[in-house]
Design a protein around this ligand. Structure first.
Ligand SMILES: Cc1ncc(COP(=O)(O)O)c(C=O)c1O
Length: 412
């Protein structure tokens, strides 16, 4: 289906910095797992704000919390204590793996990673890091040093200082053994690599990482920015593996859609950062805190982790039943799902959007990634699967116009 012209789209394209490949739809409203464009057409949202909208769009508790807080107090720096911040910290620490009891509040994932890096430096007095090939840690210059794909770093040359970072192959036990030495500050691992193609860690790999880091006095820092907050079928993905890290980076779904990020850590790590050693103006602002409290409570009350586990299994089993020689593998954990094709995924993602009203993400040139709100219904999952089957069986990739989904371009 060709898209009608739009003054909003033209205006946004005119003034935007140009770093994003814009889809050619203008989304104006959302509810649950459904989005609507300016012409009233509905879409099933399997982009989920890049894994932010876990509790669904327009959740009434979050909407109310935001409205009430806007009436009460919007802005307050962290040097001034606040009732909502204290309440949010209590809620957050209550769901964290035991031992993680200190929180640095920020506004995004990449800021959470910057904080993790600084706390690891002061926490250990060491300056070497181990990160993963295919890993994605964010876009600020500090976080970029951990991000693997050269295309994200190359435009900035030596300004991305990664000479102290060793990238090893994900899930490779021998490379892990060789890299974790006594001069390393931290090992950084996504529990399921998202941008790298939706690849869950192996159990032995994470368990060995925990053992080796403990043995060598190295911090194990898990990046749960995409996997956290019920996405994979547990509150945090590390719970599937029975390990507790020394620190976790969090963001995305934590405040139901309001920008937020956090580095959570042990008391020992926090205590080594000098007062004034790090900070941010907006971190811990009352609006994000109020939204976060409502979000965490809704996640628990609605048993969202269990919903993600059950619907994820259903979704993956139906995707695996699709008859198409174009599919190489369906993999994932909970409702973080990737369909790896034997060919470029971009034309099929565009066809899903244009022809079927299904929004999905790319992850590596070959993978179609699904990060729907965890409240998505089984009927919507059925529709998505039918649409995937249809586009794989009917679409000629050469005939699909190239729009937002460009191969080799990062989608986050
Ligand atoms: C695993 C992971 N780490 C870090 C980030 C960076 O987060 P943000 O885009 O909020 O800076 C992302 C974003 O997609 C991510 O998926």
């Amino acid at each position: 289906m060709s898209q009608p012209s739009s003054k909003w789209l033209e205006t946004e394209k005119k003034y935007d910095s140009g770093v994003y490949h814009k889809h050619d739809v203008v989304i104006v409203r959302g509810q649950g797992a459904t989005l609507w464009d300016e012409h009233g057409r509905s879409y099933i949202d399997c982009v989920g704000g890049y894994g932010v909208a876990n509790i669904g769009h327009g959740h009434p508790d979050v909407v109310k919390a935001i409205k009430d807080q806007a009436d009460t107090l919007l802005v307050l720096p962290q040097s001034l204590p606040n009732d909502k911040r204290a309440e949010f910290l209590t809620e957050l620490v209550s769901v964290l793996p035991q031992g993680l009891e200190r929180v640095f509040l920020a506004n995004s994932g990449t800021e959470a990673m910057e904080a993790a890096k600084k706390f690891a430096l002061t926490g250990t007095g060491r300056h070497k890091f181990v990160a993963m090939k295919r890993g994605f840690s964010g876009r600020s210059l500090g976080a970029l040093a951990f991000t693997w794909e050269p295309k994200y770093r190359e435009p900035f040359g030596d300004a991305v200082d990664n000479k102290n970072v060793t990238h090893i192959s994900y899930n490779n036990l021998d490379e892990l053994r060789a890299a974790v030495t006594e001069d390393v500050a931290a090992v950084i691992i996504e529990v399921v690599q998202g941008e790298g193609g939706v690849r869950p860690a192996n159990r032995e790999f994470l368990q060995l990482a925990r053992e080796l880091t403990r043995e060598k006095g190295v911090l194990l820092i898990l990046d749960e920015i995409q996997t956290g907050f019920c996405r994979t079928g547990k509150m945090f993905a590390c719970e599937h593996y029975g390990i507790v890290p020394d620190g976790m980076t969090l963001a995305k779904a934590m405040a139901g859609g309001v920008p937020i990020g956090a580095f959570v850590m042990t008391k020992e790590v926090a205590d080594k950062m000098p007062a004034g050693g790090h900070g941010t103006t907006f971190g811990g602002n009352p609006l994000a805190m109020a939204a976060g409290i409502a979000t965490l409570r809704a996640m628990k009350r609605e048993n969202l982790a269990e919903q993600a586990r059950e619907k994820g299994e259903y979704f993956m089993s139906k995707l695996r039943a699709i008859q198409s020689s174009k599919i190489r593998e369906v993999r994932g954990l909970g409702l973080m799902i990737g369909v790896e094709l034997k060919e470029k995924s971009a034309p099929y993602i565009t066809a899903l959007e244009h022809d079927e009203g299904v929004l999905a993400l790319q992850a590596t040139p070959l993978v179609i990634r699904f990060l729907p709100p965890l409240t998505i219904s089984k009927e919507q999952i059925d529709q998505v699967v039918a649409s995937v089957e249809k586009v794989l069986n009917t679409v000629n990739p050469k005939e699909v116009p190239s729009t937002a989904v460009k191969e080799d371009k990062q989608t986050e």
